[in-house]
Ligand binder design. Structure first.
Ligand code: NAP
Length: 492
Protein backbone atom coordinates (compact mmCIF):
# COMPACT_ATOMS: atom_id res chain seq x y z
CA UNK A 1 0.00 0.00 0.00
CA UNK A 2 1.14 3.53 -0.77
CA UNK A 3 1.02 6.24 1.92
CA UNK A 4 1.23 10.02 1.62
CA UNK A 5 2.38 13.06 3.55
CA UNK A 6 -0.11 14.91 5.76
CA UNK A 7 -0.03 18.60 4.85
CA UNK A 8 -2.69 21.17 5.72
CA UNK A 9 -5.12 18.44 6.76
CA UNK A 10 -4.81 16.55 3.44
CA UNK A 11 -2.96 13.32 2.60
CA UNK A 12 -0.86 14.40 -0.39
CA UNK A 13 1.76 12.71 -2.59
CA UNK A 14 5.30 14.06 -2.63
CA UNK A 15 6.12 16.52 -5.39
CA UNK A 16 9.24 14.43 -6.20
CA UNK A 17 7.12 11.36 -7.07
CA UNK A 18 9.79 9.17 -5.44
CA UNK A 19 9.03 6.57 -2.77
CA UNK A 20 10.75 4.17 -0.36
CA UNK A 21 9.69 0.92 1.34
CA UNK A 22 9.47 0.07 5.00
CA UNK A 23 10.26 -3.59 5.74
CA UNK A 24 10.19 -5.99 8.68
CA UNK A 25 13.73 -6.49 10.06
CA UNK A 26 12.83 -10.06 11.08
CA UNK A 27 11.87 -10.80 7.47
CA UNK A 28 12.51 -8.05 4.90
CA UNK A 29 10.17 -9.71 2.39
CA UNK A 30 7.33 -8.47 4.64
CA UNK A 31 6.59 -4.88 3.54
CA UNK A 32 4.89 -2.33 5.79
CA UNK A 33 4.14 -0.04 2.83
CA UNK A 34 5.56 2.45 0.39
CA UNK A 35 6.17 6.01 1.58
CA UNK A 36 7.00 9.32 -0.10
CA UNK A 37 10.69 10.17 -0.39
CA UNK A 38 9.91 13.84 0.05
CA UNK A 39 12.11 16.85 -0.53
CA UNK A 40 12.43 20.57 -0.01
CA UNK A 41 9.21 21.46 -1.89
CA UNK A 42 7.13 19.24 0.42
CA UNK A 43 8.83 20.73 3.48
CA UNK A 44 8.02 24.20 2.17
CA UNK A 45 4.32 23.35 1.81
CA UNK A 46 4.18 21.82 5.27
CA UNK A 47 5.91 24.75 7.00
CA UNK A 48 3.62 27.25 5.22
CA UNK A 49 0.59 25.25 6.39
CA UNK A 50 1.93 25.25 9.98
CA UNK A 51 2.45 28.99 9.67
CA UNK A 52 -1.11 29.66 8.47
CA UNK A 53 -2.62 27.49 11.19
CA UNK A 54 -0.67 29.09 14.04
CA UNK A 55 -2.73 32.22 14.86
CA UNK A 56 -6.06 30.43 15.33
CA UNK A 57 -4.56 27.42 17.11
CA UNK A 58 -2.52 29.53 19.52
CA UNK A 59 -5.71 31.46 20.43
CA UNK A 60 -7.74 28.27 20.97
CA UNK A 61 -8.21 27.86 24.75
CA UNK A 62 -5.73 25.36 26.15
CA UNK A 63 -8.48 23.16 27.72
CA UNK A 64 -10.04 22.84 24.24
CA UNK A 65 -6.67 21.89 22.74
CA UNK A 66 -6.20 19.43 25.60
CA UNK A 67 -9.47 17.66 24.93
CA UNK A 68 -8.10 16.67 21.52
CA UNK A 69 -5.05 15.17 23.25
CA UNK A 70 -7.32 13.25 25.57
CA UNK A 71 -9.23 11.85 22.57
CA UNK A 72 -5.94 10.91 20.88
CA UNK A 73 -5.01 9.01 24.05
CA UNK A 74 -8.36 7.20 24.05
CA UNK A 75 -8.00 6.19 20.39
CA UNK A 76 -4.43 4.98 20.96
CA UNK A 77 -5.73 2.93 23.87
CA UNK A 78 -8.49 1.43 21.74
CA UNK A 79 -5.94 0.44 19.09
CA UNK A 80 -3.12 -0.58 21.45
CA UNK A 81 -2.94 -4.25 20.41
CA UNK A 82 -2.83 -3.68 16.65
CA UNK A 83 -0.40 -0.77 16.98
CA UNK A 84 1.89 -2.95 19.11
CA UNK A 85 1.86 -5.71 16.50
CA UNK A 86 2.55 -3.28 13.67
CA UNK A 87 5.46 -1.80 15.63
CA UNK A 88 7.03 -5.22 16.16
CA UNK A 89 6.72 -5.86 12.44
CA UNK A 90 8.21 -2.53 11.51
CA UNK A 91 11.21 -2.23 13.83
CA UNK A 92 11.58 -5.59 15.53
CA UNK A 93 11.18 -5.06 19.28
CA UNK A 94 9.31 -7.94 20.96
CA UNK A 95 5.55 -7.50 21.26
CA UNK A 96 5.41 -6.88 25.02
CA UNK A 97 7.89 -4.02 24.59
CA UNK A 98 6.00 -2.65 21.59
CA UNK A 99 2.85 -2.60 23.72
CA UNK A 100 4.83 -0.75 26.39
CA UNK A 101 5.97 1.81 23.79
CA UNK A 102 2.33 2.29 22.75
CA UNK A 103 1.27 2.61 26.39
CA UNK A 104 3.84 5.36 26.87
CA UNK A 105 2.24 7.32 24.03
CA UNK A 106 -1.19 6.80 25.65
CA UNK A 107 0.15 7.94 29.02
CA UNK A 108 1.79 11.01 27.51
CA UNK A 109 -1.40 12.04 25.67
CA UNK A 110 -3.54 11.73 28.77
CA UNK A 111 -0.97 13.26 31.15
CA UNK A 112 -0.49 16.30 28.93
CA UNK A 113 -4.24 16.62 28.30
CA UNK A 114 -4.37 17.38 32.03
CA UNK A 115 -1.88 20.20 31.49
CA UNK A 116 -4.45 21.99 29.34
CA UNK A 117 -6.24 22.95 32.56
CA UNK A 118 -3.00 23.94 34.30
CA UNK A 119 -0.20 25.36 32.11
CA UNK A 120 0.69 27.04 35.36
CA UNK A 121 2.38 30.42 35.43
CA UNK A 122 3.55 32.58 38.34
CA UNK A 123 1.86 35.36 40.28
CA UNK A 124 4.23 37.23 42.59
CA UNK A 125 4.12 40.38 44.71
CA UNK A 126 5.49 43.55 43.17
CA UNK A 127 8.21 45.59 44.83
CA UNK A 128 5.94 48.61 44.31
CA UNK A 129 2.47 49.42 45.69
CA UNK A 130 -0.61 49.18 43.47
CA UNK A 131 1.15 47.02 40.96
CA UNK A 132 0.56 43.42 39.95
CA UNK A 133 3.07 41.08 38.31
CA UNK A 134 2.48 37.71 36.74
CA UNK A 135 3.99 35.44 34.11
CA UNK A 136 2.14 33.18 31.69
CA UNK A 137 3.10 30.58 29.12
CA UNK A 138 2.84 31.40 25.44
CA UNK A 139 3.32 29.19 22.36
CA UNK A 140 6.74 29.30 20.69
CA UNK A 141 5.38 29.06 17.13
CA UNK A 142 6.08 26.58 14.33
CA UNK A 143 8.04 23.56 15.53
CA UNK A 144 10.12 21.01 13.62
CA UNK A 145 10.04 17.59 15.29
CA UNK A 146 12.64 15.05 14.13
CA UNK A 147 12.53 11.58 15.66
CA UNK A 148 14.40 8.23 15.63
CA UNK A 149 13.01 4.74 15.06
CA UNK A 150 13.65 3.00 18.36
CA UNK A 151 10.51 4.30 20.15
CA UNK A 152 8.27 4.95 17.14
CA UNK A 153 5.22 6.02 19.17
CA UNK A 154 6.55 7.04 22.59
CA UNK A 155 9.23 9.52 21.45
CA UNK A 156 6.98 11.29 18.91
CA UNK A 157 4.27 11.49 21.61
CA UNK A 158 6.78 13.06 24.04
CA UNK A 159 7.20 15.86 21.48
CA UNK A 160 3.79 16.11 19.80
CA UNK A 161 1.65 16.33 22.96
CA UNK A 162 3.45 19.24 24.68
CA UNK A 163 3.80 21.00 21.31
CA UNK A 164 0.04 20.90 20.78
CA UNK A 165 -1.17 21.60 24.31
CA UNK A 166 1.07 24.66 24.51
CA UNK A 167 -0.54 26.06 21.32
CA UNK A 168 2.24 25.50 18.76
CA UNK A 169 1.87 24.03 15.28
CA UNK A 170 4.24 21.38 13.98
CA UNK A 171 5.93 19.64 11.07
CA UNK A 172 7.10 16.12 11.97
CA UNK A 173 9.84 14.25 10.14
CA UNK A 174 9.87 10.67 11.44
CA UNK A 175 12.68 8.15 10.91
CA UNK A 176 12.73 6.42 7.53
CA UNK A 177 12.91 3.11 9.43
CA UNK A 178 9.46 3.54 11.03
CA UNK A 179 7.25 5.50 8.61
CA UNK A 180 4.25 3.20 9.07
CA UNK A 181 4.06 3.90 12.80
CA UNK A 182 4.34 7.62 12.01
CA UNK A 183 1.45 7.29 9.56
CA UNK A 184 -0.72 5.48 12.12
CA UNK A 185 -0.05 8.04 14.87
CA UNK A 186 -0.61 10.98 12.53
CA UNK A 187 -3.86 9.50 11.24
CA UNK A 188 -5.14 9.07 14.79
CA UNK A 189 -4.14 12.63 15.70
CA UNK A 190 -5.65 14.13 12.54
CA UNK A 191 -8.98 12.37 13.13
CA UNK A 192 -9.55 13.85 16.59
CA UNK A 193 -10.44 17.37 15.47
CA UNK A 194 -7.12 19.15 14.92
CA UNK A 195 -7.63 22.06 12.50
CA UNK A 196 -5.82 21.68 9.13
CA UNK A 197 -2.17 22.71 9.22
CA UNK A 198 -1.69 22.31 12.98
CA UNK A 199 -0.10 18.86 12.55
CA UNK A 200 1.90 18.14 9.40
CA UNK A 201 3.85 15.00 8.58
CA UNK A 202 6.59 14.79 5.93
CA UNK A 203 8.27 11.46 5.20
CA UNK A 204 11.79 11.22 3.83
CA UNK A 205 15.45 11.06 4.74
CA UNK A 206 17.46 13.26 7.06
CA UNK A 207 19.29 14.90 4.20
CA UNK A 208 16.30 15.57 1.93
CA UNK A 209 13.66 16.44 4.58
CA UNK A 210 15.46 16.87 7.92
CA UNK A 211 17.95 19.46 6.70
CA UNK A 212 15.51 21.78 4.84
CA UNK A 213 13.07 21.48 7.73
CA UNK A 214 15.56 22.25 10.51
CA UNK A 215 17.07 25.13 8.54
CA UNK A 216 13.74 26.62 7.37
CA UNK A 217 13.55 30.30 8.38
CA UNK A 218 9.92 30.00 9.53
CA UNK A 219 10.72 27.23 12.03
CA UNK A 220 10.96 28.69 15.54
CA UNK A 221 12.14 25.62 17.45
CA UNK A 222 13.66 22.26 16.58
CA UNK A 223 13.09 19.27 18.83
CA UNK A 224 15.37 16.38 17.92
CA UNK A 225 16.00 12.92 19.32
CA UNK A 226 18.73 10.81 17.73
CA UNK A 227 22.48 10.37 17.59
CA UNK A 228 24.96 12.88 18.98
CA UNK A 229 26.46 13.27 15.51
CA UNK A 230 23.16 14.36 13.92
CA UNK A 231 22.33 16.41 17.01
CA UNK A 232 25.48 18.51 16.55
CA UNK A 233 24.55 19.24 12.91
CA UNK A 234 21.01 20.20 13.91
CA UNK A 235 22.25 22.45 16.73
CA UNK A 236 24.29 24.36 14.16
CA UNK A 237 21.30 24.73 11.82
CA UNK A 238 19.24 26.09 14.70
CA UNK A 239 22.03 28.40 15.83
CA UNK A 240 22.04 30.15 12.45
CA UNK A 241 18.47 31.28 13.15
CA UNK A 242 18.90 31.70 16.93
CA UNK A 243 16.27 28.96 17.35
CA UNK A 244 15.53 27.12 20.54
CA UNK A 245 16.93 23.61 19.91
CA UNK A 246 15.97 20.67 22.08
CA UNK A 247 18.39 17.73 21.76
CA UNK A 248 18.00 14.23 23.24
CA UNK A 249 21.04 12.22 22.14
CA UNK A 250 22.95 9.04 22.84
CA UNK A 251 23.99 7.17 25.96
CA UNK A 252 26.62 4.77 27.28
CA UNK A 253 24.76 3.85 30.42
CA UNK A 254 26.42 2.02 33.33
CA UNK A 255 25.09 -0.42 35.91
CA UNK A 256 27.22 -0.76 39.05
CA UNK A 257 26.83 -3.91 41.17
CA UNK A 258 28.37 -3.69 44.64
CA UNK A 259 29.32 -6.65 46.84
CA UNK A 260 26.26 -6.18 49.04
CA UNK A 261 23.87 -5.97 46.05
CA UNK A 262 21.10 -8.53 45.53
CA UNK A 263 22.72 -10.52 42.72
CA UNK A 264 19.57 -12.25 41.45
CA UNK A 265 17.81 -8.88 41.21
CA UNK A 266 20.85 -7.35 39.54
CA UNK A 267 21.02 -10.21 37.05
CA UNK A 268 17.43 -9.62 35.92
CA UNK A 269 17.98 -5.86 35.68
CA UNK A 270 21.18 -6.26 33.66
CA UNK A 271 19.62 -8.67 31.15
CA UNK A 272 16.56 -6.44 30.73
CA UNK A 273 18.61 -3.25 30.39
CA UNK A 274 21.33 -4.62 28.10
CA UNK A 275 19.26 -6.81 25.78
CA UNK A 276 15.73 -5.34 25.93
CA UNK A 277 14.88 -3.77 22.53
CA UNK A 278 17.99 -5.70 21.40
CA UNK A 279 20.16 -3.09 23.14
CA UNK A 280 18.74 -0.34 20.94
CA UNK A 281 17.47 2.00 23.67
CA UNK A 282 19.14 5.30 24.43
CA UNK A 283 18.99 4.16 28.06
CA UNK A 284 20.26 0.62 27.36
CA UNK A 285 22.99 -0.59 29.70
CA UNK A 286 26.17 -1.06 27.64
CA UNK A 287 28.70 -0.89 30.52
CA UNK A 288 28.66 -3.12 33.60
CA UNK A 289 30.90 -2.48 36.59
CA UNK A 290 31.07 -5.26 39.19
CA UNK A 291 32.79 -4.95 42.57
CA UNK A 292 35.62 -7.45 43.02
CA UNK A 293 34.04 -9.70 45.67
CA UNK A 294 31.05 -10.74 43.52
CA UNK A 295 32.65 -10.45 40.07
CA UNK A 296 33.16 -14.16 39.30
CA UNK A 297 29.84 -15.20 40.79
CA UNK A 298 27.81 -12.63 38.86
CA UNK A 299 29.71 -13.22 35.64
CA UNK A 300 28.88 -16.94 35.68
CA UNK A 301 25.21 -16.22 36.20
CA UNK A 302 25.22 -13.54 33.51
CA UNK A 303 26.88 -15.74 30.89
CA UNK A 304 24.37 -18.51 31.55
CA UNK A 305 21.35 -16.17 31.41
CA UNK A 306 22.62 -14.46 28.23
CA UNK A 307 23.12 -17.77 26.43
CA UNK A 308 19.55 -18.78 27.28
CA UNK A 309 18.00 -15.75 25.55
CA UNK A 310 15.94 -16.85 22.57
CA UNK A 311 16.34 -14.84 19.38
CA UNK A 312 13.48 -14.59 16.92
CA UNK A 313 10.58 -12.70 15.44
CA UNK A 314 9.21 -10.44 18.18
CA UNK A 315 5.65 -11.55 17.40
CA UNK A 316 6.45 -15.09 18.57
CA UNK A 317 5.61 -15.36 22.29
CA UNK A 318 8.76 -17.38 23.07
CA UNK A 319 11.12 -14.69 21.68
CA UNK A 320 13.25 -12.79 24.20
CA UNK A 321 15.34 -10.74 21.76
CA UNK A 322 14.22 -9.50 18.34
CA UNK A 323 16.25 -8.41 15.31
CA UNK A 324 18.20 -5.15 15.08
CA UNK A 325 16.57 -2.49 12.95
CA UNK A 326 18.33 -2.98 9.60
CA UNK A 327 21.38 -4.37 7.80
CA UNK A 328 23.45 -1.24 8.44
CA UNK A 329 22.88 -1.64 12.20
CA UNK A 330 23.91 -5.32 11.99
CA UNK A 331 27.11 -4.36 10.19
CA UNK A 332 27.85 -1.55 12.65
CA UNK A 333 27.50 -3.92 15.63
CA UNK A 334 29.72 -6.53 13.95
CA UNK A 335 32.31 -3.80 13.30
CA UNK A 336 32.38 -2.76 16.98
CA UNK A 337 32.70 -6.37 18.11
CA UNK A 338 35.70 -6.85 15.80
CA UNK A 339 37.25 -3.66 17.23
CA UNK A 340 36.67 -4.98 20.75
CA UNK A 341 38.52 -8.20 19.92
CA UNK A 342 41.36 -6.37 18.14
CA UNK A 343 41.82 -3.99 21.08
CA UNK A 344 42.19 -6.95 23.48
CA UNK A 345 38.79 -7.48 25.12
CA UNK A 346 37.71 -11.11 25.61
CA UNK A 347 34.40 -12.41 24.29
CA UNK A 348 32.54 -14.28 27.02
CA UNK A 349 29.58 -15.16 24.83
CA UNK A 350 27.92 -14.05 21.57
CA UNK A 351 29.95 -11.96 19.16
CA UNK A 352 28.36 -13.13 15.94
CA UNK A 353 25.47 -12.68 13.56
CA UNK A 354 22.77 -15.31 14.23
CA UNK A 355 21.67 -16.99 11.02
CA UNK A 356 20.38 -20.45 11.79
CA UNK A 357 16.94 -21.45 10.42
CA UNK A 358 14.39 -18.63 10.18
CA UNK A 359 16.92 -16.14 11.61
CA UNK A 360 18.76 -16.17 8.27
CA UNK A 361 15.96 -14.06 6.78
CA UNK A 362 16.44 -11.14 9.17
CA UNK A 363 18.99 -8.99 10.96
CA UNK A 364 19.83 -10.91 14.13
CA UNK A 365 22.88 -10.47 16.35
CA UNK A 366 23.64 -12.76 19.27
CA UNK A 367 23.58 -11.09 22.73
CA UNK A 368 27.24 -10.44 23.48
CA UNK A 369 29.32 -10.08 26.65
CA UNK A 370 32.87 -8.71 26.66
CA UNK A 371 35.19 -9.06 29.69
CA UNK A 372 38.76 -7.84 30.28
CA UNK A 373 37.61 -4.52 28.89
CA UNK A 374 39.80 -1.44 29.50
CA UNK A 375 38.34 2.07 29.80
CA UNK A 376 40.30 3.28 26.77
CA UNK A 377 38.77 0.66 24.44
CA UNK A 378 36.33 1.80 21.74
CA UNK A 379 33.62 -0.62 22.93
CA UNK A 380 33.70 1.08 26.37
CA UNK A 381 33.61 4.59 24.92
CA UNK A 382 31.30 4.65 21.89
CA UNK A 383 27.58 3.98 21.63
CA UNK A 384 27.15 0.66 19.77
CA UNK A 385 23.33 0.62 19.90
CA UNK A 386 23.05 -3.16 19.85
CA UNK A 387 23.11 -6.18 22.19
CA UNK A 388 26.71 -5.76 23.36
CA UNK A 389 27.66 -5.39 27.04
CA UNK A 390 31.20 -4.51 28.18
CA UNK A 391 32.18 -5.54 31.70
CA UNK A 392 34.88 -4.21 34.05
CA UNK A 393 35.84 -5.29 37.59
CA UNK A 394 36.14 -2.50 40.19
CA UNK A 395 38.23 -2.62 43.41
CA UNK A 396 35.68 -0.75 45.52
CA UNK A 397 32.77 1.73 45.52
CA UNK A 398 34.93 4.75 44.63
CA UNK A 399 36.53 3.07 41.66
CA UNK A 400 33.13 1.81 40.48
CA UNK A 401 31.70 5.34 40.49
CA UNK A 402 34.78 6.71 38.75
CA UNK A 403 34.43 4.07 36.00
CA UNK A 404 30.69 4.72 35.68
CA UNK A 405 31.39 8.43 35.11
CA UNK A 406 34.17 7.73 32.62
CA UNK A 407 32.08 8.60 29.55
CA UNK A 408 31.21 11.70 27.57
CA UNK A 409 27.52 10.71 27.72
CA UNK A 410 25.27 11.16 30.76
CA UNK A 411 21.77 9.76 30.24
CA UNK A 412 20.93 6.92 32.64
CA UNK A 413 22.79 5.07 35.42
CA UNK A 414 22.06 2.39 38.00
CA UNK A 415 23.51 0.90 41.17
CA UNK A 416 22.69 -2.31 43.04
CA UNK A 417 23.43 -2.13 46.77
CA UNK A 418 21.61 -2.75 50.06
CA UNK A 419 23.61 0.01 51.76
CA UNK A 420 21.51 3.18 51.91
CA UNK A 421 24.60 5.35 52.47
CA UNK A 422 26.28 4.05 49.33
CA UNK A 423 23.05 4.31 47.35
CA UNK A 424 22.57 7.95 48.31
CA UNK A 425 26.22 8.80 47.71
CA UNK A 426 25.84 7.26 44.24
CA UNK A 427 22.80 9.49 43.59
CA UNK A 428 25.01 12.48 44.41
CA UNK A 429 27.99 11.36 42.38
CA UNK A 430 26.74 9.53 39.27
CA UNK A 431 26.96 11.93 36.33
CA UNK A 432 23.66 11.24 34.55
CA UNK A 433 20.22 12.72 34.06
CA UNK A 434 18.68 9.63 35.68
CA UNK A 435 19.83 7.23 38.41
CA UNK A 436 18.04 4.00 39.32
CA UNK A 437 18.65 2.29 42.66
CA UNK A 438 18.24 -1.50 42.64
CA UNK A 439 16.73 -1.42 39.15
CA UNK A 440 18.27 -1.37 35.66
CA UNK A 441 18.92 1.70 33.49
CA UNK A 442 15.54 1.62 31.74
CA UNK A 443 11.96 2.22 32.83
CA UNK A 444 11.21 5.95 32.65
CA UNK A 445 7.70 7.14 33.58
CA UNK A 446 6.03 9.94 31.62
CA UNK A 447 5.31 12.30 34.51
CA UNK A 448 8.99 12.74 35.41
CA UNK A 449 11.65 14.67 33.50
CA UNK A 450 13.62 12.58 30.99
CA UNK A 451 17.00 13.50 29.55
CA UNK A 452 20.69 13.63 30.16
CA UNK A 453 23.79 15.69 30.80
CA UNK A 454 27.17 15.95 29.02
CA UNK A 455 26.95 14.96 25.32
CA UNK A 456 23.49 13.41 25.79
CA UNK A 457 21.89 16.78 25.19
CA UNK A 458 21.99 20.51 25.57
CA UNK A 459 20.23 20.84 28.90
CA UNK A 460 16.59 20.27 28.03
CA UNK A 461 14.26 17.58 29.32
CA UNK A 462 11.36 15.69 27.79
CA UNK A 463 8.26 14.53 29.69
CA UNK A 464 6.95 15.55 33.08
CA UNK A 465 6.29 19.17 33.81
CA UNK A 466 9.70 19.90 32.27
CA UNK A 467 8.14 19.33 28.83
CA UNK A 468 5.95 22.39 29.26
CA UNK A 469 9.06 24.48 29.95
CA UNK A 470 10.63 23.18 26.74
CA UNK A 471 7.67 23.72 24.45
CA UNK A 472 6.44 27.11 25.64
CA UNK A 473 7.79 30.62 26.14
CA UNK A 474 7.40 32.77 29.24
CA UNK A 475 5.62 36.10 28.98
CA UNK A 476 5.77 38.48 31.96
CA UNK A 477 3.04 41.04 32.56
CA UNK A 478 3.26 44.14 34.81
CA UNK A 479 0.02 46.00 35.62
CA UNK A 480 0.42 49.33 37.36
CA UNK A 481 -2.84 50.61 38.88
CA UNK A 482 -1.27 53.42 40.95
CA UNK A 483 -2.07 56.05 38.31
CA UNK A 484 1.48 57.46 38.40
CA UNK A 485 4.88 56.54 36.98
CA UNK A 486 6.52 54.14 39.46
CA UNK A 487 10.11 53.12 38.83
CA UNK A 488 11.52 49.74 39.85
CA UNK A 489 14.85 49.23 41.69
CA UNK A 490 14.08 52.16 43.99
CA UNK A 491 14.84 54.80 41.36
CA UNK A 492 13.41 58.08 42.64
P1 NAP B 1 19.90 9.44 13.79
O1 NAP B 1 20.59 8.69 12.71
O2 NAP B 1 20.61 10.60 14.38
O3 NAP B 1 18.49 9.87 13.16
C1 NAP B 1 17.49 10.49 13.93
C2 NAP B 1 16.57 11.27 13.00
O4 NAP B 1 17.30 12.35 12.40
C3 NAP B 1 16.02 10.45 11.85
O5 NAP B 1 14.71 10.86 11.58
C4 NAP B 1 16.97 10.82 10.70
O6 NAP B 1 16.41 10.64 9.42
C5 NAP B 1 17.18 12.29 10.99
N1 NAP B 1 18.41 12.85 10.42
C6 NAP B 1 19.55 12.22 10.08
N2 NAP B 1 20.47 13.11 9.62
C7 NAP B 1 19.88 14.33 9.67
C8 NAP B 1 20.32 15.65 9.34
N3 NAP B 1 21.54 15.90 8.88
N4 NAP B 1 19.47 16.67 9.52
C9 NAP B 1 18.23 16.47 10.01
N5 NAP B 1 17.75 15.23 10.34
C10 NAP B 1 18.58 14.18 10.17
O7 NAP B 1 19.52 8.46 14.99
P2 NAP B 1 18.78 7.06 14.92
O8 NAP B 1 19.71 6.02 14.41
O9 NAP B 1 17.45 7.20 14.25
O10 NAP B 1 18.50 6.80 16.48
C11 NAP B 1 19.41 6.24 17.33
C12 NAP B 1 20.07 7.31 18.19
O11 NAP B 1 19.07 8.03 18.91
C13 NAP B 1 20.98 6.74 19.26
O12 NAP B 1 22.14 7.52 19.36
C14 NAP B 1 20.14 6.86 20.53
O13 NAP B 1 20.89 6.88 21.73
C15 NAP B 1 19.42 8.13 20.28
N6 NAP B 1 18.23 8.23 21.11
C16 NAP B 1 18.23 9.12 22.14
C17 NAP B 1 17.13 9.20 22.99
C18 NAP B 1 17.08 10.19 24.13
O14 NAP B 1 15.99 10.50 24.58
N7 NAP B 1 18.21 10.68 24.62
C19 NAP B 1 16.03 8.37 22.76
C20 NAP B 1 16.07 7.47 21.70
C21 NAP B 1 17.17 7.41 20.87
P3 NAP B 1 16.55 9.27 8.57
O15 NAP B 1 17.11 8.24 9.49
O16 NAP B 1 15.17 9.01 8.16
O17 NAP B 1 17.46 9.60 7.43
Amino acid sequence: MQYNNLIDGQWVATQSGKTFQSVNPADPSDSLGEFPASGEADVERAVQAADRALPAWSRTPAPVRAEILFNIGQELKRRKQDLGRLMTREMGKVLKEALGDTQEAIDMSIYLAGEGRRLLGHTTPSELPHKMNYAIRRPIGRLALITPWNFPLAIPAWKIMPTLVAGNTLVWKPSSDTPRMAYELSKICSEQGLPPGVFNLVFGSGSSVGVPLASHPKIDMISFTGSAETGRAIYQMGAQKLNKVHLELGGKNPIVVLEDGDLELALEGIIWSAFGTTGQRCTACSRLIIEDGVYDQLLDKLAEATQKLRLGDGLQPETDVGPVVNRAALEKIAHYVELGKQEGAKLLTGGEVASEGELAKGFFYRPTLFVEVKPEMTIWREEIFGPVLSIIKARDFDEAIRLANDTHYGLSSSIYTQDINKAMRAVDRLEAGMTYINSGTIGAEVHLPFGGIKDTGNGGREAGIAAIDEYSEWKTIYIDYSGKLQKAQGID
